[in-house]
Design a protein around this ligand. Structure first.
Ligand code: AHR
Length: 634
């Protein structure tokens, strides 16, 4: 007997992506009896199934493995998946509730596979414990969409989730603005420390508000993140609440408890309440803002809609599916409520007409960049985009000029791959004022005020993860038993996001492995000559005593290899070299056993970018980040 506790079947309507047919699935009586028996035994709320032999007329089956059905937003995810699929035909969805038990979730996945699923959507109970199982499914050829908690590495098809720390930061920024120069007292309600979502939100909230001298933060540990627990806590801490200006709750349930308690204490006109979740429905965040009971809610996108959209693209083998999608969260207040709801509910239609795009490219500093430019030009044709591409030769000034030119030309969308991270606020504000949305491609920017929303989304690699992967490879492929291993780091140009973030990720893993240390680090500006110059400079004042070279890109690694050889040092033998990009030249070098390992940074992002351009132009809410697929080669 199947042990799934919560299992349901419903249909998707016909779409252009998957060849679906309208057909009902009938269940034999004996199967129905078995289901009812199983329901009774497992205590499930609803049970329906599709045995493999019942696939006739069903184009695809999507299995959904949910970590538990206790947390409100997980129930909301299942509801959203239902809503998104209502009216669709000929795709079946089967959901399973793991009740927070890792082993049960593994078993659920096996059961779903037994049902012949074509794609798995999983929200794991524990991302570490389930990484192996997810990899197993992915390696077997069944696409896997991971939701909410990202697993380490890239052994899945797509990850979709919110950034809970950013959600907390958004709430913190709003509260700081609310209190203004006067400042005030803020009470934050903490849930269970084991709730990753709540802890990350609180961390983000604190990160922002701890920077204000005029804001006093008090934390109350509520325990369970429920309405009743929050109510009881506020009542029992009435004296603290009375003194406060703002109460912050991590989710909608707690916020409702706070609203009720503040009403009981007759403090409604004094204490402002802010929360995260922003779910729709009676007494959820949005409703509470509408009723004036909450000052603001930070919406936590659930991702069900995106999961189904991407599932259909994956099943339809469309191009342009990224590796990770970090969903956008928004502050919803009484002032922007109508506009926010309109955005959430807007029907998105792409009319397919040509779109004018101005693209400011960094330069042609590397083989990676050349491949990247080609991919963008080819994809523009495919997606009916009229592309004006300007190459800035690694100059920020030239990029400013290009952006201003695009504004003059009144293009529909501007795309920028910025040479450095900072200094973009003014020119991006000009684009915003001209009503032209901006997408960041390949590299991101750091802006003074995130809430100004000067850019719409970032599409590119996860540079921090690339750095981590490089150091993980070093850790797993070098012998540190013979004493400390010295590392020479060749960085990209100063201030560029891949430079900053690859260094950060590399150091993160390095700090956990004391057998390794960075002996020397310098900038090679992502060029062959630059890499060569870093090694040359090191050898001018040192004998060769380096065990490992970590180069931020292939071109610099290849330059370093040439320089080493000219000094009689054998790359690959005397020193291991790890680089990022994985270009054709890097593979050739690995074949010669000179380069040891290349962490992929995929330059072929044209299709994904142009898909994002079309989505944006047709009015779709863009995620915070769209991360491309990458592997590691040695
Ligand atoms: O921004 C991506 C980086 O820029 C690539 O790793 C590097 O080769 C390029 O110049």
């Amino acid at each position: 007997m199947k042990e799934l506790q919560y299992l349901s079947t419903f249909h998707l309507k016909e779409t252009g992506n998957v060849n679906l047919r309208r057909k009902k699935v009938y269940f034999p009586i004996f199967l129905l009896c078995a289901m009812l028996m199983s329901m009774v035994l497992s205590g499930c709320t609803f049970f329906g199934s599709a045995e493999p032999d019942q696939r006739e007329g069903v184009a695809s089956i999507i299995g959904v493995s949910q970590a538990n059905m206790r947390e409100e937003w997980r129930v909301a995810l299942i509801d959203e998946l239902r809503q998104e699929t209502e009216g669709y035909e000929d795709i079946q969805i089967i959901t399973a509730d793991a009740s927070g038990d890792v082993n049960k979730q593994k078993q659920d996945i096996d059961n779903l596979i037994g049902y012949g699923i074509d794609l798995l959507i999983i929200s794991p109970c524990d991302e570490k414990e389930l990484a192996g199982k997810i990899k197993e499914v992915y390696d077997s050829g069944i696409p896997v969409i991971v939701m909410d908690r990202a697993v380490e590495g890239f052994d899945y098809t797509l990850y979709i989730g919110p950034d809970n720390e950013v959600i907390g930061q958004q709430a913190g920024t709003y509260v700081a603005e609310l209190l203004g120069d006067k400042g005030g007292k803020v009470v934050e309600l903490a849930g269970r420390p084991s709730s990753r979502q709540g802890s990350e939100r609180l961390m983000g909230f604190r990160k922002i508000l701890s920077g204000y001298d005029n804001i006093e933060l008090t934390r109350l540990n509520v325990g369970p993140e429920s309405k009743d627990a929050a109510y009881d806590m506020v009542i029992s801490a009435a004296d603290v609440i009375e003194e406060s200006d703002v109460v912050f709750a991590c989710n909608d349930s707690m916020a409702l408890g706070v609203c009720d308690a503040v009403k009981t204490l007759k403090l409604e006109d004094k204490v402002m309440i802010v929360d995260c979740d922003g779910f729709k429905g009676a007494d959820e965040g949005i409703d509470l803002v509408k009723k004036g009971r909450l000052k603001a809610t930070v919406s936590c996108p659930i991702g069900g809609k995106e999961a189904i959209d991407y599932a259909l693209s994956i099943l339809g083998k469309e191009s342009g599916v990224p590796k990770q999608v970090i969903l956008r969260s928004n502050i919803i207040t009484a002032d922007n409520l109508a506009e926010s709801l309109e955005k959430m509910e807007r029907e998105v239609v792409d009319d397919g007409k040509p779109i004018k795009v101005g693209y400011s490219q960094v330069g042609s500093e590397s083989n990676w960049r050349i491949a990247n430019t080609k991919s963008i030009e080819a994809a523009a044709k495919k997606f009916n985009i009229l592309l004006h591409l300007e190459n800035a030769d690694q100059s920020q000034e030239k990029q400013f000029e290009a952006i201003r030119m695009f504004i003059e030309e009144q293009v529909d969308v501007i795309v920028v791959s910025p040479v450095v991270e900072t200094g973009w606020d003014e020119v991006l504000r000009e684009a915003k004022n001209a009503g032209i949305p901006v997408i960041m491609s390949d590299r991101n920017v750091t802006l003074e005020n995130r809430e100004e929303n000067l850019t719409t989304t970032y599409l590119g690699a996860d540079f921090i993860e690339e750095g981590r992967r490089a150091m993980r490879w070093v850790r797993d492929n070098s012998d540190s038993t013979e004493g400390k291993q010295s590392i020479l780091e060749i960085m990209g140009n100063e201030g560029a996001s891949p430079t900053v973030e690859r260094s950060k990720g590399f150091r993160e893993i390095l700090s956990e492995n004391p057998a390794y240390y960075i002996k020397y680090s310098d900038h090679g500006d992502f060029t062959y000559e630059g890499g060569r110059a870093v090694v040359k400079k090191y050898l001018e004042s040192n004998d060769w005593d380096i065990d490992i070279i970590f180069s931020h890109n292939d071109d610099m690694a290849l330059g370093a290899i040439e320089e080493l050889k000219s000094h009689g040092i054998n790359p690959g033998e005397d020193v291991k070299i790890i680089s990022v990009d994985a270009t054709r030249e890097a593979f050739e070098s690995m074949v010669r056993k000179e380069l040891s390992c290349a962490v992929e940074c995929n330059p072929i992002i044209g299709d994904q970018l142009m898909k994002a351009v079309r989505d944006l132009h047709s009015g779709k809410q863009m995620p915070f980040r769209i991360i491309t697929e990458e592997k590691i080669y040695d």
